[in-house]
Write a protein that binds this ligand. Structure first.
Ligand code: NAD
Length: 353
């Protein structure tokens, strides 16, 4: 069996999740890893039995015969690492957000085209069972034309600290880190409409609240209580798409309210609520308002979302399968994210070109 020879770029938290997932993908082989942080590199190499390790991507590319890399580094280095790998003739799976801004995303797409290589973006929620089931109903026209959605990803107290709250490395706070997931997902389920404009607001009020004795959420390996915090901790946006469609985004690292992740879709024939636990469809049956809750036990396409994502990437590289998390979608989302930050800064609606 031909195996895809993969190098991991960045060996922090999410790389561990990818490495666990690749173990289940028979035609994927992790041959090397690199990280600028020797401690993280050593820990991951020992845990996952990776023999060949390097302090930089450049050295890994020079010394290894790779087919692909999986880019799991800070947001500020997504473009740099992806472009270097693409220029070396390697396929790339790049974690979300695609880049720090849309200009970088465009440069990444140019590099992928120039070198005729795949650039897939880690929009992992697209591979979740919940999404696949929702898409099945949508493709079979249970919702009609979806003209409104809510994209909600609120953490009550989940300011990760570390690089996440250092704008020079993250490019932003919960909007670019959490909002990116739900913006992409709602847009994907609405049929990938083109974004026209954004009106947004952000705040940085509560920050990381180091006096608190509890926290929830994702912590990077380098997080400390006195970490720099120069990103927003809360953001809202109204995104207008072509065809009269809109999305309302709410996201936070820190807010005095419930921690919740929700995607709600409103269509002409039905609505849908995806909350990570049970999918509910609001519709009409036989002249009555009716709710449908699909039974998803033993769903025949069930798979852990990271396993499904890494398996799909491997299939796309080896077999030319059409990628369902394309860099073109990544760019569209980056344009929306840029517009959100621009609107929050200027206080005006921002038109997306
Ligand atoms: N899909 C998801 O749900 C999900 C969840 C968490 C994080 N992420 C994304 O994964 C990426 C990494 O996040 P994390 O939580 O693993 O962070 P992390 O800090 O745990 O790991 C990042 C690693 O990248 C290394 N690194 C940075 N620049 C590098 C470079 N130029 N070359 C080599 N190594 C480099 C760091 O030293 C660090 O070890 C981010 O883009 C984040 O948005 C995605």
């Amino acid at each position: 069996m031909k195996k895809l020879r993969i190098g991991i770029v960045g060996t922090g938290n999410i790389a561990g999740v990818h490495l666990d997932a690749y173990k289940k993908v028979q035609n994927a082989q992790i041959v090397a890893a690199c990280d600028i942080n020797p401690e993280n590199l050593k820990t991951a190499a020992e845990k996952y039995g990776i023999k060949n390790t390097y302090p930089t991507l450049t050295e890994m590319i020079k010394n290894e015969e790779l087919d692909a890399v999986d880019v799991c580094v800070w947001n500020c280095n997504h473009a740099k690492c992806s472009i270097e790998a693409l220029n070396a003739g390697l396929h790339v799976l790049c974690e979300k957000p695609m880049a720090a801004n849309a200009k970088e995303a465009e440069e990444m797409i140019e590099a992928a085209k120039r070198n005729n290589k795949l650039l897939m973006i880690g929009f992992v929620l697209r591979f979740d069972d919940e999404t696949k089931i929702a898409k099945d109903f949508i493709d079979n026209d249970y919702l009609g034309d979806i003209y409104y959605s809510k994209a909600i990803y609120l953490r009550r107290h989940g300011a990760p600290g570390g690089w996440f709250t250092d704008k020079s490395r993250s490019a932003g706070g919960p909007i670019i880190d959490l909002g990116v997931h739900v913006i992409d997902l709602t847009r994907y389920l609405m049929g990938k409409p083109k974004a026209l404009s954004v009106f947004a607001s952000t705040e940085n009020r509560l920050k990381n609240r180091p006096h608190l004795k509890t926290s929830v959420g994702w912590k990077p390996k380098d997080a400390k209580p006195d970490d720099v915090y120069d990103v927003e901790d809360f953001g809202i946006a109204m995104i207008k798409y072509e065809g009269g469609k809109t999305t309302l985004l709410e996201t936070s690292y820190s807010i005095n309210g419930e921690s919740v992740t929700k995607k709600e879709l409103y269509g002409t024939k039905g609505g849908m609520n995806l909350n990570g636990q049970s999918t509910k469809i609001y519709t009409e049956v036989n002249g009555f308002l009716a709710d449908i809750m699909p039974v998803t036990e033993n769903y025949n396409d069930s798979c852990d979302m990271f396993e499904a994502e890494t398996r799909h990437f491997t299939d796309c590289c080896l077999n030319g399968t059409t990628c369902i998390a394309s860099s073109e979608d990544g760019l569209e989302v980056m344009k929306i994210l840029d517009a959100i930050y621009e609107s929050a800064k200027t206080g005006h609606e921002v038109i997306i070109r």
